[in-house]
Design a protein around this ligand. Structure first.
Ligand SMILES: [Zn+2]
Length: 246
């Protein structure tokens, strides 16, 4: 079990910084427990963490990047989109995934147009993955909400952490399930919005209907903890920065 805990914390340290100091994290052995530690103040044990966005992430969230960097990111996204859209009919929207990300079914031109209109209605960018089609429905992604929050101009902080053992029990989660809690705090009003993220072991292990050797939900299966954290962030952001009429 100790190894499992260490690995989980290692993964958190890889994608996150200390919420308070925005400093890198390491996993330390303290009082017979593995804990996260940041380097600030001669060793600080943060209660919550904040995801450290990659350049691609920043670009998708609408952050202004220097021209050559933005160009490189766009090139990379175009390459990724080409892989997702391989053998799919072309449209002018090169970066838009042309498949239902839940079922894998190819989207028709009509559905793609719907999706684009849906994004426009909320001032989101379909080519930056702000909206996707998931099991037959349009869906605003975490990147979409981060972009929307940035455009609102409101200063806020976003923090998250894995559930404690007691919280884990309170939500009836098994020892192999993941649970995260996120909070958005609006800096000026100090209003707090919370979000809950859960990834179940069943969801991780569910085999694909087409090929039982493959997972049904590859994104969940490959990075369950990161996805769980993102789900919690998504819910907190959705509550703090709702899209009117969504
Ligand atoms: Zn710290």
């Amino acid at each position: 079990m100790i190894t499992g805990e260490y690995e989980k914390l290692q993964e958190i340290a890889k994608y996150n910084v200390c919420s308070e100091h925005k400093a890198n994290l390491e996993v330390a052995w303290v009082d017979k427990h593995w804990v996260l530690r940041c380097g600030a103040d001669g060793g600080h044990y943060p209660a919550s963490v904040t995801r450290n966005p990659s350049l691609v992430q920043m670009f998708k969230e609408g952050e202004e990047l220097p021209g050559p960097i933005a160009d490189n990111v766009r090139k990379r996204l175009t390459k990724e989109a080409k892989m997702v859209n391989e053998n799919k009919e072309g449209t002018s929207l090169a970066l838009l995934p042309k498949v239902d990300l839940g079922s894998g079914v190819q989207l028709t031109e009509k559905v793609i147009t719907q999706l684009v209109n849906y994004a426009k209605k909320y001032d989101l960018d379909p080519e930056l993955g702000h909206v996707v089609f998931m099991y037959g429905k349009p869906y605003v992604t975490l990147d979409g909400y981060l972009y929307h929050a940035r455009r609102s101009g409101a200063a806020y902080s976003l923090e998250s952490r894995p559930m404690s053992g007691d919280e884990h029990d309170a939500y009836n989660l098994g020892s192999t399930d993941y649970g995260w809690l996120a909070t958005v705090t609006l800096i000026i009003t100090q209003e707090v919005y919370t979000g809950l993220g859960i990834v179940t072991y069943k969801e991780i292990k569910e085999p694909s209907k087409n090929d039982p050797q493959l997972p049904a939900h590859p994104v969940v299966a490959n990075n369950p903890q990161l996805l769980c954290q993102k789900r919690a962030e998504w819910q907190a952001l959705r509550r703090a920065f709702p899209l009117e009429g969504e």
